[in-house]
Design a protein around this ligand. Structure first.
Ligand SMILES: *Cc1c(COP(=O)(O)O)cnc(C)c1O
Length: 409
């Protein structure tokens, strides 16, 4: 067995794109005996979560809470809107779009992918063509992943709604915001999203195990037309509970609720606009360092960001390339010697190929600030030096300059 991470003490830093760093107030809120689930504080606390969750999502409509991870929310969103034989269109810019589509397929839904690869976002003219050709309106929903955590591409969900509107197509617009909620600007109602799924362990800074499906009245009407629905996944009682237990279809996820309450207090205490601005600022700081590291004679031999176009980059996760096996070497060195854990590559090379060791990802979602990001970058700089991996100079200075210039007075 390898030596434990962080042998020299100090707090380890998990910089993977979910689960994210859990803030101390969230940890402290969860450290308590089990509460009464029939009366008292937990009931009012749960009621208080609903408007605050909707505010983060930018919706005045409905939210259902599930004791499940993001995959559960994926399934719940599909189960409440579609039935076997229905068709969905999925623009793909990474592994997570494929994952959601595979879940639809397993439920007997006909899936049509438009694959834009893993380095560019949606090409909406092609989505538009396909929707316009669907005169019979066989496509019942378009499934779009806002930030694909594998490629770190951020797609333009509002523009996808515009394409549906121009084609006068009635399909539901469903968005996966598991990696983006509370990190990248997202406005469900303003952007015309009918169903949105998210989960607790990324921008919402709470342990994995609770997830959310937000939906509007158009999606509720689709639910009402279904002949049957699994009792557990049905969003109606969860979104309109007569009894407390209906929120969760059984025992409440008690400690997650306390944690989530603390996390939402952090988000709304800082202000959602400020939270988005902080993520943007810290993402630009990371990009500045990565660009500098990549400045070498033969760029292909060094570190490169997966997404070349800044406008298409997530503010919550950054996927990087470093020729195999150096990406894996760097991750292992940082974990073993600095107590810093980076994310593995996902979806950019087959898991059993040598190239798999040529990718890694940085998570910068949720509870992150300037010193954590500078520590992350300083760690990577140290690893590049220790392993004698070719890299350009001045990355930390470039990062510090961006952070200094963009930090509000
Ligand atoms: C993390 C993630 C998922 C999966 O969530 P789980 O909680 O791991 O099931 C789905 N989509 C995106 C975009 C994600 O980032």
């Amino acid at each position: 067995m390898r030596a434990p991470a962080n042998p020299s003490g100090g707090r380890p830093y998990l910089a993977i794109p979910g689960p994210s760093v859990i803030p101390d107030p969230v940890l402290q809120a969860m450290h308590r005996p089990s509460p009464n689930i029939y009366a008292g504080e937990l009931l009012t606390l749960t009621d208080s979560l609903v408007p605050d969750l909707k505010a983060v999502a930018g919706t005045a409509h409905h939210v259902a809470i599930y004791i499940a991870n993001g995959h559960g929310a994926w399934e719940a969103a599909l189960m409440n809107t579609l039935q076997p034989g229905d068709r969905v269109l999925v623009p793909v810019s990474g592994r997570f779009a494929i994952g959601w589509s595979e879940m639809a397929e397993a439920l007997g839904i006909e899936v049509e992918l438009i694959d834009f690869g893993t380095a560019a976002g949606w090409e909406l003219s092609r989505v538009s063509e396909r929707l316009s050709a669907d005169r019979a309106h066989e496509i019942k929903a378009v499934l779009g992943v806002h930030v694909d955590t594998s490629s770190s591409i951020r797609n333009d969900v509002a523009a996808l709604r515009a394409v549906l509107n121009e084609a006068q197509h009635p399909a539901l617009l469903m968005a996966d915001c598991i990696a983006s909620l509370g990190c990248d600007r997202f406005e469900m109602d303003a952007w015309g999203v009918d169903v949105m799924v998210s989960a607790s362990q990324k921008g919402l800074m709470t342990p994995a195990g609770v997830s959310f499906v937000f939906f509007n009245d158009k999606a509720a009407a689709a639910r009402a037309r279904l002949p049957r629905i699994s009792r557990y996944w049905d969003w109606s009682p969860r979104a309109n509970p007569q009894e407390f237990y209906q929120y969760f279809g059984g025992t409440a996820p008690t400690h997650h609720l306390y944690g989530l309450r603390a996390a939402l207090d952090l988000i709304h205490g800082e202000g959602l606009e400020q939270v988005w601005a902080r993520h943007a600022r810290l993402a630009r700081t990371i990009w500045a360092a990565c660009a500098a590291w990549g400045h070498i004679d033969v760029p292909e031999q060094g570190l490169q960001m997966n997404v070349a176009e800044p406008a298409l980059r997530s503010h919550a996760v950054t996927a990087l390339r470093l020729p195999a096996p150096r990406a894996s070497d760097l991750r292992q060195w940082l974990e073993q010697h600095l107590g810093l854990t980076l994310g593995i590559g996902l979806g950019l090379a087959p898991p059993d190929s040598p190239e798999w060791h040529g990718h890694f990802r940085l998570g910068h979602m949720g509870h992150v600030n300037g010193h954590m990001i500078m520590g992350l970058l300083g760690g990577i700089e140290t690893g590049l030096q220790a392993l004698e991996i070719p890299h350009g100079e001045g990355a930390l200075a470039a990062a510090a300059q961006v952070l200094a210039e963009t930090t509000p007075a």
